[in-house]
Design a protein around this ligand. Structure first.
Ligand code: PEP
Ligand code: MN
Length: 445
């Protein structure tokens, strides 16, 4: 850490990053991006850290969600609006159950680069380099598309800036008024479960009506009208991250200017590797994915490197073990945290350990597994006396058919209808909201 600089990662082993064929083109893009404005302000990152500190103490709850991979092709106002809207609905439902403020963090405005399990992909006997996210190469299965193109970083930056601009407008411009919860369609029709959700929604509406009648109006409760919405992404493409990394004049601290929170993926969390190095020197809140191969000693090293001052809210541990496996892994990591007396924020990514291949050939995730992993996560924390501080979902406000199950029963056969993800399968709007109702129930138990 003493020798950290925004480029100190360059001398360390790096994985999951592209080898750009044209060094001059890469240099030019990095130079250009380093002159462009950052997307977030350091004060915002510090504010988010304060909120996360509260979550770590059980005084707030983190909802982090959005696409697995943002896409150039599917970029539109509607898509941003719909994801923002369903996250807000989920947050209201979670607030009702948890009785604490819900911190809303999108996997948005920068979630472009993807780690892959294989370097190549073979279709019909043709082998090509894997798709690594729109910021790196293109999804189309042709040799040209798969060549890493540094210009994609400029397009990703532009899309991230426009996304954040719209999110900021929605957050403060009146769209996020919690009183409009009445008008939010739940999309749940018949059936016993649906009736239960509509009942909770009605109770939330009643509470808001009561508050309005009691004089807690929009004027006096500014926070009911506007929300704080933060952005996050995996800090994978370090050339992009470095170009947007800036030193704050007032404090001398460094900021990853690409988003409020950045995280380190389960594949790139080597304690002496490039990705951990980069994240260690910026002041943003950092997420760390913890999968089944994470050992107690790894975690101890990572906590020492990423949060040497043991600051509250600095480090969020995002557990992603898979339904049925949480009890095998989480307790040893909780123990490691306790042995170090470390301040961490424990959250549950209930997606990445639950990916299966459907009978119809699609990569999918059963709603039941996602829910089960969240429940196991809460169960282990209850048993250990520690704080389950949040949830992390791959989701969209669109009515896609990528994950199976839910009250509107997506079947293996339905998956082909609207399977739009460029990478991992996401919960659709209805599944996301349903999950919020079920998690809310857990939180109020
Ligand atoms: C992701 O969040 O999209 C991802 C790749 O997760 P993980 O690093 O946990 O596999
Ligand atoms: Mn993913």
């Amino acid at each position: 850490m003493t020798n950290w600089s925004k480029s100190s990662w360059r001398t360390l082993p790096r994985i999951q990053m592209p080898d750009y064929p044209d060094q001059d083109a890469l240099d030019a893009v990095e130079a250009q991006l380093s002159r462009y404005p950052v997307l977030v302000f350091a004060g915002e990152a510090r504010r988010l850290r304060k909120h996360l500190a509260a979550a770590g103490r059980g005084e707030a709850f983190l909802l982090q969600g959005g696409d697995c991979a943002e896409s150039f092709e599917q970029f539109s106002s509607d898509m941003i609006r719909d994801t923002f809207k369903v996250m807000l609905q989920m947050a209201v439902v979670l607030t009702y159950g948890a009785k604490v403020p819900v911190i809303k963090v999108g996997r948005m405005a920068g979630q472009f680069a993807k780690p892959r399990s294989a370097n190549t992909e073979t279709i019909d006997g043709i082998e090509l380099p894997s798709y690594r996210g729109d910021i790196i190469n293109d999804l189309a299965f042709t040799p040209e598309s798969r060549i890493p193109n540094p210009q994609n970083m400029m397009r990703a930056y532009t899309q991230a800036a426009a996304t954040l601009n719209l999110l900021r407008a929605f957050s403060t411009g009146g769209y996020a008024d919690v009183h409009k919860v009445h008008g939010w369609t739940l999309g749940f029709t018949d059936g016993e479960k649906a009736a239960k959700y509509r009942d909770v929604a009605a109770r939330i509406s009643d509470t808001l009506d009561f508050m309005a009648a009691a004089g807690v109006t929009s004027d006096t409760a500014h926070t009911l009208q506007s929300v704080e919405f933060y952005t996050s992404h995996e800090s994978l493409l370090l050339e992009y991250e470095e170009a947007l990394c800036r030193q704050e004049a007032e404090t001398g601290q460094w900021l990853a200017g690409s988003g409020h929170m950045i995280w380190i993926g389960d594949r790139t969390r080597q304690p002496d590797g490039a990705h951990v190095e980069f994240a260690s020197g910026v002041q943003n809140p950092i997420g760390l994915k913890c999968g089944p191969s994470m050992e107690a000693d790894d975690l101890k090293k990572l906590m020492a490197k990423l949060n040497p001052k043991n600051e509250e809210g600095r480090l969020t541990l995002i557990a992603r073990f898979g339904a049925g496996a949480v009890g095998d892994h989480l307790p040893r990591l909780i123990k490691a945290v306790q042995e170090e007396g470390a301040n961490v924020v424990w959250t549950c990514d209930a997606m990445h350990g639950n990916t299966i291949k459907s009978s119809t050939g699609f990569k999918t995730r059963p709603f039941e597994s996602v829910l089960r992993e969240v429940r196991e996560f809460f169960g282990v924390h209850a048993a250990e006396g520690t704080v389950p501080a949040g949830v992390h979902f791959e989701m969209t406000g669109q009515d896609v058919t990528e994950c199976t199950g839910g009250v509107r029963e997506v079947s293996d056969e339905d998956l082909s209808a609207r399977y739009h993800t460029a990478c991992d399968p996401r919960l659709n709007a209805s599944q996301s909201l349903e999950l919020a109702f079920l998690v809310s129930e857990e939180l109020s138990a």
